[in-house]
Design a protein around this ligand. Structure first.
Ligand SMILES: *Cc1c(COP(=O)(O)O)cnc(C)c1O
Length: 445
């Protein structure tokens, strides 16, 4: 897969240096390009819809730092706010006004009544689960296969030997005791949820789900599924934890909840946020019902803390981002997403590649297999080899797609006609490249 000139590239040289000091050469596994082959591009700068790699190549970015860059890179107003904040010092370990203002902004846009800041989405879900356990006095957590909630031990779990059996560790290093209280269910399957609540309901502290899964590719909840989850939790005295780290302030102005609970009139007990609300800095949050959140130290007995939590630079960036994320921004991101997904689908159809495009608000992803994709088993059918060929063709044409078939594609307010045109021009050849390596069952008749 590695093009000959890449062996001489600055990215290749940096990757070699990186692998000597960092496992796999990366600080987060998917960046290593293992799923698509080849050498990861090292990025030196970014502006608007564009990345510049270490060889000076400009790429239209459809990753957006895996979601945060809703406004595009280096938005001038965000930079100005951050530069002013940095000049005032970068961390005090004391409360500040920007965290209060960001908290107010989050409370205004979502059903949460109180919010606590942390530094990563992982920390947000880990803390939400501890709080749910502390509040309910129960231990069991229910999650769905294919939903990612960060690298929390108890959630790095695979389904056990059957429905309603406790999970097994999904990776070495997680002890069985960490997943022994986790139940993993297939997504979009109300009967499976009913069965585990019927058997274990009085032991379940919470059910945690992505509001609209984006980490197995985009697999939206079927109509009423989240409402059903909320009602089932309530009926059994468990908390409903909706993870909006990816969808929050991305799928819509009010996150996925704005397209779902806000319309149907229900709210999760706890929510988690990250990505967009950090404006490209390490900031995340969890929040929810005031009575539940009041269990947190120092108001209540559930311990939770962080040296850099609510960091003034990060919360300033997040606040600037959310304030700039107007209805016009969401309308633009939605429109360019529509253009790109329609063109991708047309190119794949023309090349005879079976595919399905699935969306959750302004987020979408392209599965290279027959649809619909309702759960993780379905998503696993996507043709990874065909995607790798598609990915490298797009990359050669100047488009940076997620280097894995199981990811959402992210657009931004900065994706203008020029950037979108580069994507549209690249799609037909990429679809042809995918067609060349697709498996027999991936062919359209
Ligand atoms: C990215 C993500 C996380 C983890 O956030 P990090 O900041 O990477 O720890 C958790 N939940 C969801 C839904 C995510 O997409």
């Amino acid at each position: 897969m590695t093009a000959p000139q890449e062996t001489q590239s600055q990215s290749a040289a940096l990757f070699e240096r990186a692998r000597a000091v960092i496992p796999g050469g990366v600080s987060s596994p998917v960046r290593a390009f293992n799923a698509v082959g080849g050498t990861p591009r090292f990025i030196t700068s970014a502006s608007g819809a564009w990345l510049t790699d270490a060889d000076g190549t400009e790429l239209v970015d459809l990753v957006g730092s895996w979601g945060p860059m809703l406004l595009g890179h280096a938005h001038p107003d965000v930079l100005a706010a951050v530069q002013a904040a940095v000049a005032r010092g970068t961390s005090y370990g004391a409360p500040t006004e920007p965290e209060v203002a960001l908290g107010e902004e989050i409370v205004a846009r979502t059903p949460v009544e109180r919010v606590r800041f942390v530094s990563s989405g992982t920390e947000a879900t880990m803390s939400a689960i501890r709080l749910a356990r502390g509040f309910t006095g129960r231990d069991v957590v229910v999650k769905f296969a294919g939903c990612y909630h960060g690298h929390v031990d108890s959630l790095l779990a695979s389904a056990g030997s059957g429905l309603a059996t406790f999970a097994v560790p999904g990776t070495p290093g997680v002890p069985e005791s960490s997943t022994a209280l986790t139940l993993v269910l297939p997504y979009n399957d109300p009967a499976a949820v009913e069965a585990v609540f019927a058997e274990h309901g009085d032991r379940i502290a919470c059910l945690v789900t992505e509001a609209a899964p984006g980490n197995m590719g985009v697999v939206p909840p079927e109509p009423g599924f989240n409402r059903f989850l909320a009602a089932t939790c309530r009926a059994h005295g468990a908390l409903f934890v909706s993870d909006e780290v990816m969808t929050g302030f991305r799928a819509s102005r009010q996150g996925y909840w704005g397209l779902d609970g806000a319309v149907e009139g229900w709210a999760p007990d706890l929510m988690t946020f990250g990505k967009v609300m950090g404006g490209g800095f390490p900031a995340a949050a969890f929040g929810g019902r005031a009575d539940v959140m009041s269990m947190l130290a120092p108001e209540g007995p559930v311990y939770q803390a962080g040296t850099l939590s609510g960091n003034p630079v990060a919360t300033t960036a997040g606040l600037a981002t959310l304030r700039l994320a107007t209805d016009d921004v969401y309308a633009h991101v939605g429109a360019v997403a529509e253009t790109v997904k329609t063109a991708a689908s047309e190119a794949l159809t023309a090349a005879g590649v079976a595919h399905v495009v699935q969306s959750a608000g302004t987020m979408f992803s392209v599965f290279l297999c027959h649809g619909p994709i309702r759960d993780f088993d379905d998503a696993s059918r996507t043709d990874s080899a065909a995607y790798a060929a598609f990915f490298h063709s797009m990359l050669d044409a100047g488009v940076y797609l997620p280097p894995s078939a199981y990811e959402a594609w992210f657009l931004s307010a900065a994706h203008d006609d020029r950037a979108v045109q580069v994507v549209l021009d690249a799609l037909p050849a990429a679809a042809t490249a995918a067609a060349r390596v697709q498996s027999a069952e991936g062919r359209l008749d």
